[in-house]
Design a binder for this molecule. Structure first.
Ligand SMILES: Cc1ncc(COP(=O)(O)O)c(C=O)c1O
Length: 408
C-alpha cells in the first residue's frame, strides 16, 4: 500500500481524522501548495517574464497529462474551463457547425446518473438552439447505460453524454464493443470529472470523441476552474474553437495580418488547429492555475498511475469487507471488478435526511464523506484516494456503526 509514503505529502490531511471525500475536492500535495506560493511571488517580481512562460507550461501539462492517462502524445489534449463548460461548448459547436444542415434536429442523450449541472446546461443549450436541437432524453437504466446508449446511437441519437465514472454510484462504464458499431454521424462525449486521476482511461479514449474532466478532485488541484480534455482527431476537424488551447489564430505572417484589411478574424478559417500555440481568441488560462496543475500532474506521475489505481482498488475491497461484517452493502454489489472505482456508495438503509444528518455527525468527528443520490439511488459516498489507509476506513465504519445503532 502506498499511503505509508504519501500521507506526509498532504498538509491538508492534518485537519481530519479521516478524509474520504476526494470526489468533492481533492487534497493538495505539499509540492503543489509550495508551487502556488512561489508562482505568485515570481509573477509579482517579474510579470512580463512570467506570463511569457504560459505557452510552455500549457504544453508541458498536455505532455504530462498524456503520460498520466497512457496516451502516446499530447496532440489531442486541451485545457478547458472545466467539465461542464467543455461538454456544453463541444455540444454547441457540433449543433451549430455540424448538424445545422441535417434534415432533423439533434436529439441529445444523457445517462440517468449524469451530473445534474451538465444535464441542465445541455437542456438550456438545446432550448436556446431549438431550430437545430429537438430535445435532451434520458438513456439507460438506473446505473448501467451501455446497451441502451448503443441502441440510441443506432436509431436517432446523434450525441451521447455519459459519465465514464458516475458521481453517485462510482460505476465505471465500458464503451467496449457495443459502441464500435455506432453510426458515423453520431458523437460520444464522456464526462470524466470523476475519472481522470483515479483510474486508467485509454480504453475509453478509443471509442469516445471527447472526454472532459476537471483538474480538481482526483487530480489533486486546489479549486481553480481549470479543466482538461481529450478530443479525438475527427472531432478536432469538426468543431470550431470554443475550447481553450485549440485556437486557430496562429498568425503566420504578422506584417500581412496587420496590413491586409481582408486578413482578420472574420475571414480566417475557424477550424481548430491541432497544435496551436496561441490561446486567442478564447482567452487563456491563468499561469498560476496552470503551474499548480502541472505540479499536481507531476506528483501523480511520480507516484505512478497504476500504483495509485491499485492502492485505491485494494482499499475499496477492504472497505466492502468491513461493510459486510456489519451487514451493509455497497450499491455496486455483484457488479464486476472492472465496473468499480474509488467511489463507493454505501447503502445504509436510512432515509436521505438521516443520511445527511449522519454526514454532519461524521464531520463533527473529523470524518469527511458525503450523502449523495439521484433518480432513486442514494447512500453515503466514500471516495478513496492515494493518501488513504485502512485506519481511515476503520474510523468511518466505527462511527457509522455507532450512528446506525442509535438510529434503531
Ligand atoms: C460527474 C461530474 N460531472 C461534472 C461535474 C462538474 O464539473 P465542473 O465544475 O468541472 O464543470 C462534476 C462535479 O462534481 C461531476 O462530479
Amino acid at each position: 500500500m502506498l499511503s505509508v509514503y504519501t500521507r506526509g505529502d498532504f498538509p491538508g490531511l492534518g485537519s481530519f481524522q479521516s478524509y474520504l471525500n476526494t470526489a468533492v475536492v481533492g487534497l493538495v500535495p505539499r509540492t503543489v501548495r509550495d508551487k502556488g506560493l512561489r508562482s505568485l511571488l515570481e509573477f509579482i517580481n517579474n510579470p512580463l517574464g512570467k506570463s511569457q512562460e504560459a505557452i510552455d507550461v500549457y504544453n508541458r501539462i498536455r505532455t504530462v497529462f498524456s503520460t498520466l492517462i497512457g496516451l502516446g502524445n499530447k496532440d489531442n489534449i486541451v485545457i478547458t474551463n472545466g467539465t461542464t463548460d467543455c461538454i456544453v461548448s463541444i455540444a454547441a459547436s457540433l449543433i451549430i457547425n455540424h448538424y445545422r444542415d441535417h434534415r432533423e434536429p439533434v436529439i441529445i442523450g444523457v445517462t440517468k446518473q449524469e451530473f445534474p449541472g451538465v444535464v441542465y446546461a445541455l437542456r438550456s443549450l438545446c432550448e436556446s438552439l431549438n431550430a437545430y436541437c429537438n430535445k435532451v432524453v434520458e438513456v439507460g437504466g438506473s446505473v448501467e447505460w451501455e446497451e441502451e446508449a448503443s441502441a440510441f446511437l443506432d436509431r436517432k441519437g446523434r450525441l451521447l453524454v455519459a459519465s465514464s465514472i458516475q458521481w453517485t454510484t462510482g460505476y465505471k462504464g465500458d464503451l467496449g464493443d457495443i459502441l464500435k458499431s455506432r453510426r458515423d454521424d453520431s458523437y460520444i462525449i464522456l464526462d470524466t470529472a470523476q475519472h481522470f486521476g483515479q483510474s486508467s482511461v485509454p480504453i475509453y479514449m478509443r471509442h469516445a470523441d471527447a472526454a472532459c474532466g476537471t483538474s480538481i478532485k482526483w487530480l489533486l488541484m486546489p479549486v481553480a476552474s481549470l479543466g482538461i480534455a481529450y478530443i479525438n482527431d475527427r472531432l478536432i476537424e469538426e468543431i470550431a474553437p470554443v475550447v481553450y488551447g485549440l485556437s486557430n489564430l496562429e498568425i503566420d505572417n504578422i506584417e500581412k495580418y496587420y496590413i491586409d484589411p481582408g486578413k482578420n478574424p472574420l475571414h480566417d478559417n475557424l477550424l481548430l488547429k491541432r497544435d496551436a500555440t496561441r490561446f486567442l481568441p478564447v482567452g487563456k488560462p491563468s499561469i498560476h492555475a496552470m503551474e499548480l496543475f502541472l505540479e499536481s500532474l507531476n506528483y501523480l506521475v511520480s507516484i505512478s498511475p497504476m500504483a495509485v489505481e491499485d492502492h485505491i482498488m485494494g482499499l475499496r475491497k477492504i472497505l466492502v469487507e468491513m461493510l459486510e461484517d456489519i451487514n451493509l452493502r455497497e450499491h455496486l454489489e455483484g457488479y464486476s471488478y472492472r465496473s468499480k472505482s474509488g467511489i463507493i456508495l454505501v447503502e445504509t438503509g436510512l432515509k436521505t435526511l438521516k443520511e445527511v444528518e449522519l454526514v454532519k455527525r461524521l464531520m463533527s468527528r473529523g470524518i469527511a464523506v458525503s450523502a449523495r443520490g439521484q433518480s432513486g439511488i442514494h447512500g453515503i459516498r466514500v471516495s478513496i484516494h492515494l493518501y488513504n489507509n485502512e485506519k481511515d476506513l476503520y474510523k468511518f465504519v466505527d462511527e457509522l456503526k455507532i450512528f446506525l445503532r442509535s438510529s434503531l
